[in-house]
Design a protein around this ligand. Structure first.
Ligand SMILES: Nc1ncnc2c1ncn2[C@@H]1O[C@H](COP(=O)(O)OP(=O)(O)OP(=O)(O)O)[C@@H](O)[C@H]1O
Ligand SMILES: [Mg+2]
Length: 480
């Protein structure tokens, strides 16, 4: 969780696109290229020496000069290559942000400043690339001059010591000298490529070492197969923070929810409602205390099992690309099979759930369950209803339903419809729902008011309304 909060999306994208790509495609070609160049150089020098034996004496000098040139070139190009790769991250981040916030940028007329920022990031990311190109040209020039010197020495030897060699041998030597500078430049370039590719490997290794996978944070006991059979939730003196070093955002929360109880959670923005719910899914760890479901401390259960045991509908509807059916039952049988997948959700069940939420007429009009969801063109509220239908299909798999502000983007009428569907479909389930619109919590058995990470009031909504100067009453009065 803290990794995603603290790391730019561009850096993650860079690691998983560019670095992976470099390792997959550049490393093998660079290694192959290096061996090829070394073999060519050995062959070329042998033929040059054959043209004039005295040339053999020049080889160590030549090797020393090449060594010095590459020392200088490698050091510079290594840094430039790293800059080149690193400076793409801000570009990716900026591009991602622009893509996500396009509507906001247009609405506030920020196009020009975002465009300028984008151009700056683009320029910055291109600069090392051009500098790299320039030092490559410099390398080419150095090596060409070197080879020109070799050619002159060769010709000098050939003309001064005519008895030492034959015309044909000199011819072969001269032809090979011409190719030598390209081969030398290739060798050094391939070597740099290999070095930078190894930089990518190092970055990925560092990512792997520094980002701990979630599952390693707790020992994983497998819960009983029917867990959670009742759906009781208890928070025992729970304090929590978003990572080990961050400030505590939830302070000593004690809460006991009995099986089948309908709980509403409300409170001002930033009061800790979503944090309270994140704890239930082990998205953030508890600092102290324990969260238990049916008496079982969830810290001792694997993340997957905990999450699999709860039905959740998040604030923003999550729609997958694919057919309507796939969206409702992604883990069930795929579209073209006849409902024989492990989850065994039949078309009839899917249709029934869609009828319950009132979406079936629209979907039927567009061609039924097999049409791509994008073709149906659902509004934000309708997408939320689709998520509700998805939850209804899973209702037998768990006794616990968690809703985080599901009605924030629907009108009052749809909100009431959703509340009544939840009340009938999830009658026996424990339901924890977070809402800003207090009227949608009126039907709850108990409401919990949070403020600054603490539970400041709880009770039956109607009774709390009688309490003058209570938290619930104040929030209620502010909304009506
Ligand atoms: N990803 C995060 N990293 C660090 N701190 C966070 C993060 N998300 C929330 N917080 C902090 O936790 C506190 C509680 O936030 P939380 O999201 O639980 O509030 P909320 O009651 O759900 O608010 P809202 O009604 O706006 O959804 C806030 O003070 C916030 O600063
Ligand atoms: Mg929230």
């Amino acid at each position: 969780m803290s990794f995603f909060t603290n790391t730019d999306s561009g850096i993650i994208l860079n690691r998983f696109s560019q670095d992976m790509n470099i390792i997959d495609s550049h490393v093998p070609t660079a290694i192959g290229g290096i061996f090829h160049s070394i073999a060519s150089i050995m062959w070329d020098t042998a033929l040059v020496c054959y043209g004039s034996y005295y040339m053999a004496a020049c080889i160590p000098v030549l090797a020393a000069v090449v060594y010095c040139v590459q020392l200088f070139y490698l050091r510079t190009s290594r840094q430039l290559r790293l800059l080149d790769l690193e400076l793409r991250s801000p570009l990716f981040t900026h591009f991602n942000e622009m893509k996500d916030g396009l509507a906001t940028i247009r609405a506030f007329g920020w196009q020009e400043s975002f465009y300028q920022k984008f151009i700056q990031a683009l320029d910055a990311s291109q600069r090392p690339y051009y500098l790299l190109y320039m030092i490559q040209q410099w390398l080419g020039l150095c090596l060409s001059l070197l080879v020109a010197a070799v050619a002159i020495i060769l010709v000098a030897f050939a003309t001064q010591f005519r008895s030492q060699t034959s015309d044909s041998a000199i011819g072969i030597a001269l032809v090979n000298v011409i190719g030598l500078s390209t081969t030398l430049a290739n060798l050094i370039r391939q070597w740099t490529n290999l070095e930078t590719s190894i930089g990518s490997i190092a970055r990925l290794k560092q990512l792997e070492a520094s980002v701990k996978p979630e599952s390693s944070t707790g020992q994983a006991d497998e819960p009983p197969t029917d867990w959670p059979s009742a759906g009781a939730v208890t928070y025992e003196n729970v304090s929590a923070a978003y990572d080990e070093t961050a400030a505590i955002v939830l302070h000593n929360v004690n809460l006991s929810i009995s099986p089948g109880e309908k709980i509403g959670v409300c409170g001002r923005t930033g009061s800790g409602k979503s944090t309270l719910i994140s704890l239930l899914f082990r998205i953030i760890p508890v600092r102290s205390g324990a969260v238990k479901i049916d008496g079982q401390d969830i810290a001792t259960i694997s993340h997957d099992s905990v999450r699999g045991a709860i039905i959740a509908i998040p604030q923003s509807p999550y729609i997958l690309s694919g057919s309507v059916r796939f969206n409702l039952a992604p883990d069930a049988a795929s579209d073209d099979s006849s409902g024989t997948g492990h989850a065994m959700i039949t078309d009839d069940e899917v249709i029934t759930s869609l009828k319950t939420v009132g979406l079936w007429p629209i979907i039927e009009r567009h061609g039924g369950l097999r049409v791509p969801i994008a073709d149906v063109g659902l509004s934000q509220g309708q997408k939320q209803l689709l998520c509700l239908a998805r939850a209804i299909l899973r209702k037998d798999t768990s006794r616990l339903l968690v809703l985080d502000e599901i009605s924030s983007s629907v009108d009052r009428h749809t909100d009431e419809l959703m509340q009544s569907i939840i009340a009938t479909e999830f009658e026996k389930h424990t339901v924890i729902s977070v809402a800003h619109r207090l009227s949608s919590l009126k039907g709850c058995d108990r409401v919990i008011v949070m403020d600054e990470g603490r539970i400041v009031e709880q009770g039956v909504p109607d009774a709390l309304l009688q309490k003058e100067d209570g938290w619930w009453k104040r929030l209620w009065d502010a909304q009506v």
